[in-house]
Design a binder for this molecule. Structure first.
Ligand code: KDG
Length: 288
């Protein structure tokens, strides 16, 4: 079996050490953050071979991103852009995130990023709804991923990851639904499905997205429901003290995909997903 391939922008992330407002915090950590590479780091942590592909600037931030990925056990493959910087984002615990990523190296990605991907060495390709929001070239890249994965019979994992700061729900709604329809494994938060499609509950989301072989609808602290053929399995979330939530969804996806690669039951996959998410909820970082 091949490696998992994760594609998406990875930025420098600056987060207060303690869960204090950004405006007041005095000590910070700087890591590498980005939804798809968070998933990659989680999968590596769980013992799976994982490759990450994207673009970075020719700057210390880009170097730092590469170093972090390597240290986390991910095999990074980055195209270095001589003209555009590596993106950055800041965490404001309890309030959200602030992006400094417009015009970044990764935002100028295109299907060329897939040149030299050896699809027969890929078990699962993972992308998210953040990538198509970055630029027309990035949207083309996601389409190319879906086409080439289908041609090579590679499983596509897609996390809807609606980011209202990047595009309107109006634009995202059709786009993300279409991408989700074409994926094999789909992760979506019930809150996202509500904002995008007006879904009332997990069953509602399944009616809207009947195509994916596996659909996982996450209802935050309540739990998650997996749909697979006629099987519907709900698993409650763990009870945790939340320090800062960014990255928890990625840890969830990493746990679920790891257990999927290990051919475990739906219930086991959801339980590992919740366990990984709980670890990230207990830190101000993006990963555990
Ligand atoms: O899922 C966590 C991501 O939101 C975070 O790492 C930053 O990639 C990011 C984004 O675009 O929001």
């Amino acid at each position: 079996t091949g490696a998992v391939l994760c594609l998406g922008e990875t930025m420098g992330v600056v987060a207060p050490m303690a869960p204090e407002p950004l405006r007041l915090a005095e000590t910070f950590r700087m890591d590498a953050g980005g939804a798809e590479s968070n998933v990659a780091m989680g999968l590596a942590r769980l013992g799976h071979r994982v490759v990450w592909r994207s673009r970075l600037g020719n700057d210390p931030l880009g170097q730092r991103v590469l170093d972090r990925l390597v240290a986390a056990g991910v095999e990074p493959w980055a195209e270095i852009d001589p003209d555009r910087p590596t993106g950055l984002y800041l965490k404001d615990p309890g309030a959200g995130v602030h992006y400094y990523r417009a015009g970044s190296a990764a935002a100028s990605s295109s299907p060329a990023l897939l040149d030299a991907v050896r699809w027969n060495d890929v078990s699962i390709v993972h992308v998210s709804g953040i990538l198509p929001a970055l630029s027309a070239g990035c949207a083309d890249l996601v389409d190319a991923v879906l086409d080439r994965a289908a041609a090579a019979s590679v499983t596509v994992s897609f996390d809807v990851n609606f980011r209202p700061a990047l595009w309107s729900s109006q634009r995202a709604s059709m786009f993300l639904r279409e991408l989700a329809r074409q994926a094999d494994i789909v992760f979506v938060g019930l809150d996202e499905a509500q904002a995008l499609w007006g879904s009332a509950d997990a069953e509602d989301v399944r009616r809207l997205l009947p195509d994916p072989d596996l659909l996982v609808v996450k209802d935050a602290a309540v739990g998650a429901t997996a749909f697979h053929g006629a099987a519907v399995v709900f698993e409650p979330a763990l009870v945790v003290d939340v320090l800062e939530q960014v990255g928890a969804g990625d840890a969830f996806a990493a746990g679920f995909l790891a257990a999927t690669l290990e051919k475990r039951s739906l219930g086991d996959r959801l339980r590992l997903a919740h366990t990984c998410a709980a670890r990230v909820l207990g830190t101000t970082g993006d990963v555990w």
